[in-house]
Design a protein. Structure first.
Lengths: 150, 150
């Protein structure tokens, strides 16, 4: 019996990098007939302790979430740099960025994926939990995000 | 009360374009602990009646599906051209390509999205239904796929 190594196989989020989140969020709401979400800004680095390739980064992002069944579509507008968000915008423009799984045991999961050649790119804290982005494009064709809520 | 214009707001599929589907499907299975799916090949154009920008196209694809809760992750390796799959591979390499919704009334939904400036890129038939890809990157930050099952 195959068991999901991340603890589950439920995609809880799909992330999209956008240059202009106000315009994109309004388009999502108006064209698809969805409630207009609030646009929030991630905390400053003293709170997020954000790291990009193991170095502290001042990068932030504007975020908007559309609730769509088991998953949220997350719009992300990068602010400042360096970040995986800004990298993606520079290299690919407005585009799908990641799929996310909710996990328990962040460091253990990061270490497991590292053993498979999948490297940690960025991590940070948010109120009530933490996130990590892993560069699994070579292995899986997409960036993975792990989300751990306390 | 806001009503989803596509009839629902449930993302049922996330598509990933890959250069080598055998290697990628095996990595998805082995790294994430998921059952290895069969790899299928889309039908020939006499059956699919595939059109790319309103012209018949011989393009096909190898597909593999991972069932992950309400949605499938679909790996897509383009075969021949032209197609939205090959365009994405050429422009962005291995990468997330689309999110999909299941709809009823394909032509009506395509016409609605066209009225919002979102153009049909590719369409075709499969056993039991049909698909359409729409270029909504400028509006929504991603390609949309509509799936209609009879």
């Amino acid at each position: 019996m195959t068991e999901p190594t991340l603890g589950n196989n439920i995609v809880i989020q799909v992330g999209i990098i956008v240059r202009d989140i106000e315009t994109k969020a309004r388009a999502w709401s108006e064209i698809l007939g969805l409630p207009m979400p609030n646009i929030i800004i991630t905390d400053t680095m003293d709170k997020t302790q954000a790291e990009y390739h193991s170095e502290p980064t001042p990068a932030r992002a504007k975020l908007a979430f559309f609730h769509m069944g088991q998953l949220d579509v997350e719009l992300i507008e990068p602010i400042d740099a360096p970040s995986t968000w800004k990298d993606q915008l520079d290299q690919h423009g407005d585009s799908l960025h990641h799929i996310a799984f909710e996990i328990k045991g962040m460091q253990e999961k990061i270490s497991y994926l590292d053993s498979k050649g999948i490297r940690l790119v960025q991590r940070g804290e948010y109120t009530g939990g933490r996130y990590a982005y892993l560069d699994s494009i070579a292995q899986l064709g997409t960036v993975l995000e792990l989300l751990e809520n306390d």
